[in-house]
Design a protein around this ligand. Structure first.
Ligand SMILES: *Cc1c(COP(=O)(O)O)cnc(C)c1O
Length: 470
C-alpha cells in the first residue's frame, strides 16, 4: 500500500471522543463504568491502527458501517470483561454427577442457606447456649449419627481427604490389608495405593483381581497389621468368576484379631435406590449396621450435597481422628457446612429427599416425564428456530456419573439437532460460548440434548440460544 493511501485510512479512524459519543457506547457506560469502556475503546482503536499498519486490510473508509462494527466489538468486550470465570452452565449431557461440571447441583434451600450464613457472621465455632468456643463439626454430627446409626461423625473437605486422615490416624507406619480387586482409581487423581502411601501406611495386597477370600485376609495378618480397608468399587464391577468377602465376615475376623475395619463407600447414600429400579448401592446405614468401624463417603455424589468427605463410625476411632493435626489442613468450611446441613436434613424423610434433592430427582424421574420434557423442548425449539435445524426426539441413555452406578443403564429421551447451514462441531462450540454456556453431547454427527439433566426453567434458554447461534 502506498504511504498516502495508508495515511488516508489511518486518518479515517475515529477519535476516542467520537466513539465515546455514540449512543450505544453511552448506554454501555451506564451499565459498566466509564473507565472500563474508555480502556476498551483505546485498546480497540489501537488494534485497528496496528492492523492497518500491518496491512491486514481493515479499510475504515466506509465510516458508518465500520463505526457500527467497532461499537459492537467494544460492547462485546465490555460484556466479556465482566463475566465471571466460574459460572453456571446448562448440562445437556445427561451425566448426572458430572465432575467436570461441578458434580451435584444443590437443592435451593441449601443454596439459600449458604447465602444466609455467608453474608453475616455465624456460629461456626461458637456455642450459643454456653457462650463459649465450640466446634465446627457440631452442626452436622448429630444429624449424621441419627441418619447413619453410627456412634460418631466428622466432615472434611472431600472423600479423598477423609480416606487420607482415617488411614493416617489408624495405621501410619503400619500395614493396611486391602483386596487386590479393590485397588481403585477414581478420576485420575485418586488412586488408593497413592493415598495409602501419602497417609504413611504400608499397603498389603491380598487375593487376586477377581477372587479374594476371608482366609487371604487372615493369612496376611501380622504384628504390623493395623487396619482392614475395603473400598466400594464405585466406578467398576468385577463380574464372572468372582468372590468377595462379605463385609460381616471381615468385621468378624477383625473382631477376633482386634483389627478395625474401614469401608470407603465412595458414593454414600441414605436412600435405598433399589425400589426405584436402580442398582443396589449399599446405603450408609446398611454399612454401619454390618459392624464396620469407620465408613467414608463423598458429600457431592449420590448424596447430592456440597463437596465434602463424611466420616462416620465408632466413637473411639473418630475421637482419635479428631485429634489428628492433619485434620486442620483438611477442614471443611462454613459454606459447605451450611449446604450440607440442609441437604442432610432432607433425608429424615427419604421419599421427600428423592423429590427435592436434584441428583436423586434426576436419577428417579420416570420415562413418561422425560419423554414429555423432551417433547416440550422440541416444541420450544421448533417455535424459535424451526428452519435452522433438522430435529427429532429419540430414546437414548443417561449416566449416573461421578463413579456411581457403573452398570446402570438409565433410559432417557433426547432432542437431536443437525444444523442446516453449519457443522455440528460448530453448533457445539457456539453453544459452549453462549451465555449461559450449554454443554451437550455429540453422537454420530448429531448434537444431543438429554433433558434428564436440564432443569425445566432452562428449556426456554436453550431454545432461545439455538435461535441466536443459528
Ligand atoms: C469418589 C470416590 C473417592 C473420592 O471422593 P472425592 O469426594 O471425590 O474426594 C474415593 N473413594 C471412592 C470409592 C470413590 O468412589
Amino acid at each position: 500500500m502506498e504511504n498516502q493511501a495508508k495515511k488516508n485510512i489511518l486518518r479515517s479512524i475515529p477519535a476516542v471522543d467520537e466513539v465515546l459519543n455514540q449512543p450505544s457506547i453511552q448506554e454501555l457506560i451506564v451499565v459498566f463504568s466509564r473507565k472500563l469502556v474508555l480502556t476498551i475503546i483505546r485498546e480497540e482503536l489501537e488494534n485497528l491502527r496496528k492492523k492497518i499498519l500491518a496491512q491486514e486490510a481493515v479499510s475504515f473508509l466506509n465510516r458508518e458501517t465500520n463505526l457500527k462494527i467497532l461499537v459492537d466489538q467494544i460492547a462485546q468486550k465490555a460484556k466479556n470483561n465482566t463475566l465471571l470465570h466460574l459460572r453456571k452452565v446448562i448440562n445437556g449431557t445427561g451425566i448426572i454427577i458430572h465432575t467436570n461440571l461441578g458434580r451435584a447441583p444443590l437443592l435451593s434451600r441449601a443454596v439459600e442457606n449458604i447465602g444466609g450464613v455467608a453474608e453475616a457472621y455465624c456460629n461456626l465455632e461458637y456455642e450459643l447456649e454456653k457462650g463459649e468456643r465450640g466446634s465446627r463439626y457440631m452442626h452436622v454430627e448429630k444429624i449424621l449419627k441419627e441418619l447413619s446409626g453410627a456412634e460418631s461423625a466428622l466432615v472434611v473437605n472431600n472423600n479423598a481427604a477423609a480416606v487420607l486422615v482415617v488411614l493416617n490416624t489408624l495405621a501410619q507406619g503400619h500395614e493396611v490389608i486391602v483386596s487386590r480387586g479393590e485397588l481403585i482409581e477414581i478420576g485420575g487423581s485418586f488412586r488408593l495405593p497413592d493415598i495409602m502411601r501419602q497417609s504413611g501406611c504400608v499397603l498389603k495386597e491380598v487375593g487376586t483381581t477377581n477372587k479374594t477370600k476371608l482366609s487371604d485376609y487372615e493369612q496376611a495378618i501380622s504384628q504390623e497389621t493395623r487396619l482392614f480397608l475395603t473400598a466400594h468399587t464405585s466406578n467398576y464391577r468385577i463380574l464372572g468368576f468372582t468372590e468377595q468377602v462379605v463385609l460381616k465376615d471381615l468385621v468378624g475376623l477383625g473382631r477376633t484379631f482386634n483389627i478395625p475395619v474401614m469401608k470407603d463407600l465412595g458414593s454414600g447414600n441414605f436412600v435405598d435406590l433399589a425400589p426405584y429400579g436402580l442398582e443396589d448401592e449399599p446405603t450408609v446405614m446398611e454399612t454401619i449396621s454390618s459392624g464396620v468401624d469407620v465408613v467414608t463417603f463423598s458429600g457431592d455424589k449420590l448424596l447430592g450435597g456440597p463437596q465434602a468427605g463424611i466420616i462416620v463410625g465408632k466413637q473411639r476411632y473418630l475421637d482419635a481422628i479428631k485429634q489428628n493435626p492433619l485434620l486442620r489442613a483438611l477442614r471443611v468450611d462454613k459454606l459447605t457446612l451450611a449446604a450440607l446441613e440442609v441437604t442432610l436434613r432432607e433425608y429424615f424423610d427419604p421419599e421427600k429427599a428423592v423429590q427435592s434433592i436434584p441428583v436423586l430427582e434426576m436419577l428417579t424421574v420416570t420415562q413418561e416425564e422425560l419423554k414429555k420434557k423432551a417433547k416440550t423442548l422440541f416444541r420450544q425449539i421448533t417455535r424459535k428456530a424451526k428452519d435452522a435445524y433438522e430435529m427429532s426426539v429419540e430414546k437414548d441413555f443417561s449416566q449416573a456419573g461421578g463413579g456411581s452406578l457403573p452398570l446402570q443403564t438409565l433410559p432417557t429421551w433426547v432432542v437431536t439437532l443437525i444444523p442446516r447451514s453449519f457443522s455440528v462441531a460448530e453448533l457445539d462450540k457456539r453453544l459452549r460460548k453462549h451465555h449461559p454456556p450449554i454443554v451437550a453431547r455429540i453422537n454420530q454427527e448429531r448434537l444431543l440434548i438429554d433433558v434428564r439433566t436440564v432443569f425445566a426453567h432452562e428449556m426456554p434458554i436453550i431454545s432461545e440460544a439455538l435461535e441466536r447461534v443459528a
